[in-house]
Each structure stands twice: as structure tokens, then as C-alpha cells.
Design a protein around this ligand. Structure first.
Ligand code: SF4
Ligand code: SF4
Ligand code: SF4
Length: 277
């Protein structure tokens, strides 16, 4: 495939991820994970990051991922609300006060609830006292993708677990399949929970009966920008985004230099979000 075509698909991908593209583009972006891809993407190295040999043989290219530095979030407690607000404003996430109708792309929760498999050995006082931020893990083996009957949920070649809202029939199989509760269902018309005078006109609002979640800011990343949450963190470096398949990337360096954990690693979903504790 020539470069122009690749560049077009990249931008088209960002557009589609924003719910604006057509099914043909979605089809082009859907990447079924072959056994070779799965092997390459998981790798045998620490953190599930691929080795050089595996990278050379990997047909998938990039695998975008995130590191959340919980030490920085502890140091800058005001950041959490800023991050949530920035993400939700960017993506026109509605606000409904009652729990049942709540829509969330990124939210704070207790350490024990986020890391059910680690809580027994990371219980220092500071960790317990502070919430953590959770969002979609953009799993490398995403059960939500397998569960979706319409391919409304799909994995891009960059490893983003994305959604085409126009294809979503609201069956909620993906919600049942996601072990992290990363997805929200629009029981109500989401526009009723938005100030329509202040919405982001560059990102679509959704409809009642559609599922949504963090999209790794594909609409920004496709334009060469950083995810909103990473931008808000600024020089604190509390969130670091990059290509897990690139040995020279900052995220790989951070993973090499720090001890990190993932959410529910025993489930074999291979999350692309890592936490420095
Ligand atoms: S965290 Fe849940 S919604 Fe996100 S990719 Fe994994 S299984 Fe899917
Ligand atoms: S609710 Fe939508 S995204 Fe989820 S499985 Fe059903 S069609 Fe797919
Ligand atoms: S990557 Fe983008 S969509 Fe996901 S939590 Fe961060 S700001 Fe929200």
C-alpha cells in the first residue's frame, strides 16, 4: 500500500472513530488478530511488550498504550478532576447525576477496586488513601470485540479498541464481556445531559441505545496530537502515551525504568494501560 493511501486511511480512521465515517472505511480498519499478531503483540518480555525479533515479524505495526503514574497523581491530586473534565468535554460525555444513567469514559475509583489482584501486596497507606483513574484498557485481546455481533466495536491497526456508533445496536454484549466496566450504555438521550451551547462541535454526540467508552482520543491521535488526558497532565507526566511496539519510544523507556501493574492481568486480556505504583 502506498504512503498516500496509508495516510488517508489514518485520517479516515480518526474520522470513523469519531462516528463520522462509513462502514467501508470501518471494514478497512478492522484488524482481526491472527495468531501471529497475537504472539507478536504480547511478547515474552516484561509488561507484555514485544521483543525486537517479534517486532520485526509483527504485521500489526503500532500498539498504542498508556502509562498512568500514580505517584504523580498523588502529588497533584487536583489533576484527577481536571483530566476527567477535559476528557468528557472533548468527547461530549453527558452528565447525569443518577448512577443508573451515568456515562463515563474515565473516572476515579479506589485502588482496591481497580486492582483486585494486587490489593493484598500494595497496601501502603498513601496508596490506600488515594483514588486512581481508570478507563478502557484497549486490551490487546479484547473480549468486547469478540462479543460484538455487528463489528461496532473493533480493534484498529494501532491497537485502539474503537467504536462505530452507527453500527451499535445496543445489545450490550460488549458490556457483559468487558471485565473492567469500561463501557457505558446510553439509557437516555445523551443530549439531555449536555449543555448544547458548550459542546465540542468537532466530536459527535451519541444517541440513546448506544454504548460508548474511552477511544484513546483517536480523533486527536489521528491528527498527530496527544490524547486530551495526557495534554492536561503536562509537565507532571502523570500520563504517558505512545507506541508499545517501538523500543525507542518514551513509553517503553518508562516501562523499562519503573515497576508497573495492570488491571486483572490473570484474565489474559493483555491491557495496554499500565500503572506505576
Ligand atoms: S477494557 Fe473492556 S472495553 Fe476496553 S478493550 Fe478491554 S474489554 Fe474492551
Ligand atoms: S452494544 Fe453495540 S458495541 Fe456493544 S456488542 Fe452490541 S452492537 Fe457491539
Ligand atoms: S485517552 Fe482520550 S478518551 Fe481516553 S481517557 Fe484519555 S482523554 Fe479520555
Amino acid at each position: 500500500m502506498d504512503k498516500k493511501r496509508r495516510d488517508f486511511l489514518k485520517i479516515a480512521g480518526a474520522t470513523t472513530l469519531a462516528g463520522l465515517g462509513g462502514p467501508a472505511v470501518v471494514e478497512r480498519l478492522v484488524s482481526g488478530t491472527s495468531p501471529a499478531q497475537a504472539k507478536a503483540a504480547h511478547g515474552a518480555e516484561t509488561h507484555g511488550v514485544v521483543s525486537e525479533h517479534e517486532k520485526e515479524n509483527a504485521p500489526t505495526g503500532r500498539r498504542l498504550g498508556m502509562v498512568v503514574d500514580l505517584r504523580q497523581l498523588k502529588k497533584h491530586p487536583e489533576l484527577m478532576e481536571k483530566i476527567v473534565h477535559a476528557c468528557h468535554a472533548q468527547h461530549n460525555v453527558p452528565h447525569f447525576p443518577n448512577k443508573k444513567d451515568e456515562i463515563k469514559w474515565i473516572w476515579r475509583t479506589e485502588f482496591d477496586k481497580a486492582f483486585t489482584e494486587h490489593s493484598h501486596y500494595h497496601k501502603d497507606k498513601l496508596t490506600i488513601a488515594n483514588d486512581v483513574l481508570v478507563f478502557c484498557n484497549h486490551c490487546d485481546e479484547p473480549p468486547c470485540v469478540k462479543a460484538c455481533p455487528t463489528r461496532a466495536t473493533f480493534k484498529t491497526k494501532d491497537g485502539i479498541v474503537a467504536m462505530d456508533y452507527h453500527r451499535c445496536i445496543g445489545c450490550r454484549f460488549c458490556m457483559a464481556a468487558c471485565p473492567y466496566g469500561s463501557r457505558s450504555f446510553n439509557w437516555r438521550d445523551p443530549r439531555a445531559g449536555l449543555d448544547m451551547n458548550r459542546i465540542n462541535r468537532h466530536f459527535p454526540t451519541r444517541m440513546r441505545g448506544v454504548v460508548e467508552k474511552c477511544n484513546f482520543c483517536a480523533e486527536l491521535v489521528g491528527l498527530g496530537k496527544l490524547p486530551k488526558c495526557v495534554e492536561v497532565c503536562g509537565s507532571t507526566r502523570a500520563m504517558i502515551f505512545g507506541d508499545l511496539n517501538d523500543p525507542d519510544s518514551e513509553i517503553r523507556k518508562v516501562l523499562k525504568d519503573n515497576f508497573t501493574i495492570q488491571r486483572k492481568p490473570s484474565l489474559g486480556t493483555h491491557p495496554s494501560v499500565f500503572y506505576i505504583v
